[in-house]
Design a binder for this molecule. Structure first.
Ligand code: SF4
Length: 288
């Protein structure tokens, strides 16, 4: 079960008549010599961390490293619970959970860096909102995580998921592509539709720079997790509706990496440009 590109993954799903998640599980079994149960248990451990992380900011006061964020999930969920949210149940919850995980991350709490700490809110936000709203079982969610892993593996193999190397598009964009693909599989879409959703998610994030204020993973990282969560759901919705992407996923991975490599160093996690260089951000820097 070896694959390096989406085209190869797709061929395997067709040849064996299996979903992407199952190909990824079998790849892990072959590469690690772990049993199926051991691999699934490890993923369950990650899922448990994700479940805790989305709820922590609702019950605990969060003190982050730079004090630039904190309390955003609580505000969003209060508005949601009052029935005032304007984005619908699924997206409202996905955004709230996503930004909450960034609060946990910025306070040195435990999160799952899938694919990175800066982008750690997207997958739990989307997956756990989907689970609650559509009453999905843990088994479905775990399969979704393996699907997302397959997409993340292709991104890491052929491009990167590092903001320092290729901008926020590589971090948040990758997380969004992973989540978009997984949502499609969790809702019964085909592997081709999964990859269409992932490609669209990357297209929508293309060119996003990495510009953390004070060099801390707080602003604009937190709101970008919320934005990427909603992007994932929208891209999955488009793919499930039968909208095919013009640009195949493999081409978008290469395109994203090329764009990232062309970004000036100021826009690749150095905090020397973008949001980090605004007067307000710089004034925070003097006080920090
Ligand atoms: S701005 Fe940079 S540090 Fe923040 S989430 Fe994006 S890639 Fe990560």
């Amino acid at each position: 079960m070896k694959f390096n590109y989406a085209t190869e993954l797709l061929d395997l799903t067709k040849k064996h008549n299996l979903p992407m998640s199952e190909i990824m599980i079998r790849r892990e079994m072959a590469n690690t010599n772990n049993t199926r149960e051991e691999i699934i248990d490890k993923m369950k451990y990650s899922l448990d961390i994700m479940k805790k992380a989305v709820k922590i900011p609702l019950t605990e006061e969060i003190k982050t490293m730079g004090s630039l964020i904190g309390g955003q999930e609580k505000k969003l969920m209060t508005r949601f619970n009052e029935g005032k949210s304007i984005t619908g149940n699924l997206i409202s919850k996905a955004v709230a959970y996503s930004v909450g995980v960034l609060e946990v991350n910025a306070s040195m709490g435990i999160i799952v860096a899938a694919p990175t700490a800066g982008a750690s809110g997207v997958i739990p936000g989307v997956f756990l909102a989907l689970q609650e709203e559509l009453n999905l079982s843990d088994e479905v969610i775990l399969n979704g995580l393996f699907n997302a892993s397959a997409v993340g593996y292709i991104l890491m193999k052929n491009a990167c998921v590092s903001g320092a190397e290729a901008g926020c598009q590589a971090e948040i964009g990758s997380a969004s592509a992973m989540a978009a693909s997984a949502v499609v599989e969790m809702l019964g879409g085909s592997p081709q539709q999964c990859l269409d959703a992932a490609s669209t998610a990357l297209q929508n994030m293309l060119g996003l720079v990495c510009d953390p204020v004070l060099g801390l993973v707080e602003v604009p990282c937190q709101s970008r997790n919320g934005m990427a969560a909603s992007n994932s759901i929208i891209c999955a919705e488009m793919a499930l509706a039968g909208i095919e992407t013009l640009i195949p996923f493999d081409e978008m991975v290469e395109c994203m990496y090329t764009v990232g490599k062309g970004m000036p160093v100021e826009l690749r996690e150095t905090a020397l440009g973008g949001c980090a260089k605004t007067p307000t951000a710089c004034s925070k820097c003097l006080k920090f």
